[in-house]
Design a protein around this ligand. Structure first.
Ligand SMILES: Nc1ncnc2c1ncn2[C@@H]1O[C@H](COP(=O)(O)OP(=O)(O)O)[C@@H](O)[C@H]1O
Ligand SMILES: [Mg+2]
Length: 314
């Protein structure tokens, strides 16, 4: 630990938070704090909840560096990164701008396209519109099906629908409008789903996700035990190489740093597309990034310490 940039410093593991992913974040935080404490770190858990001031929690804790275990809005989107920058406390993960860009699927796609990173064809519908989504029927009259309808600024698959019949479009748009921000419509990419683990600008490896449900929805992510995770993915070595390089290109395009986990879909012919880059992926001991790290010989506590080492002030 002595060569670690934050050796001897007090680490605040910030968890919980105010987003819909609060419970997921508490699990991440519990795993990280246990691993850091067991390996000798002076680590304190900060549960940021509604009605508390994160700035005050940080100041009272004497934190000298933040291990950001939050997920979703006010945690993954640059807001906490900005607060830490103002307080002059280094924080793990990507900085303010990269976090904000990655959280916004539309801005991400604009950047991917400008950098030649393939992403599914898309169409944007405004957040405001008839509550029954009836405007979508005309707006998307020529849009090929199946398609995916999702809120542009959410995570954890909330509000996401795969639409196969034109008659189901309006309901899907109405469901996505329940969340803030515009509604993103994308071509459905039939095939394989792969997550790529990245640490400090290097690919660690990748995992294929095979949900038993129609797509990788909230249930498949957090509730079901029949989702299969394959490391390495069941794809040819050359397709895996392409997918991993594409994931890295997406991370670089958004200006990410530290750890991240891009999400890609691959057609049976090997054609790959980036859906999004998760800048604060789940980090319990059995989450996907730790699983990928383990497959290349990096244990959970070492991964947590490496992520800590990547903390920066911007
Ligand atoms: N264009 C697409 N083609 C096929 N499946 C998709 C597409 N977009 C989303 N999905 C499915 O929906 C899930 C959630 O969508 P995603 O864009 O990753 O949003 P979230 O931020 O909620 O994870 C994906 O993991 C995938 O299973
Ligand atoms: Mg995703």
């Amino acid at each position: 630990m002595s060569s670690h940039p934050f050796a001897g410093k007090r680490v605040a593991v910030v968890m919980g938070g105010l987003s819909a992913e609060r419970e997921v974040s508490l699990n991440t935080g519990a795993g990280v704090i246990a691993a850091l404490q067991q390996t000798g770190w002076d680590a304190v858990a900060l549960d940021w909840r509604e009605g508390t001031s994160l700035a005050k929690l940080l100041e009272d804790s004497g934190a000298q560096v933040v291990w950001n275990a939050l997920h979703g809005t006010w945690g993954e989107d640059g807001a906490v990164q900005g607060l830490c920058a103002c307080l002059r406390i280094p924080c793990t993960g990507s900085g303010i701008l990269a976090s904000a860009l990655a959280m916004d699927k539309v801005m991400s796609k604009r950047i991917f396209e400008s950098k030649g990173v393939p992403t599914p064809a898309w169409h944007l519908l405004p957040h405001e519109g008839p509550a029954d989504g009836s405007d979508a029927v005309t707006a998307l009259a020529k849009w090929p099906l199946p398609c995916v309808v999702k809120p542009a600024n959410e995570g954890s698959s909330v509000g996401v629908s795969v639409v196969e019949q034109r008659a189901d479009l309006a309901v899907a748009v109405a469901a996505a409008r329940k969340f803030h921000g515009p509604v993103l419509v994308e071509d459905y990419i039939a095939g394989t789903e792969v997550f790529v683990g990245i640490l400090n600008g290097k690919v660690l490896g990748s995992v294929e996700v095979r949900p038993a449900t129609k797509f990788y929805d909230y249930e498949a992510k957090y509730k079901r035990t029949d989702t299969k995770y394959l490391i390495p993915p069941e794809l040819s070595r050359s397709v895996i190489e392409t997918v991993e390089q594409m994931a890295l290109a997406a991370y670089v395009a958004l200006g990410c740093s530290g750890h991240a986990r891009p999400d890609l879909r691959i057609r049976p012919n090997g054609e790959a597309f980036v859906l999004e880059v998760n800048t604060l992926p789940g980090m319990t001991a059995t989450s996907l990034l730790p699983k990928i790290a383990k497959s290349v010989g990096m244990d959970y506590a070492t991964l947590c310490a490496e992520i800590l080492a990547s903390a920066t002030t911007i």
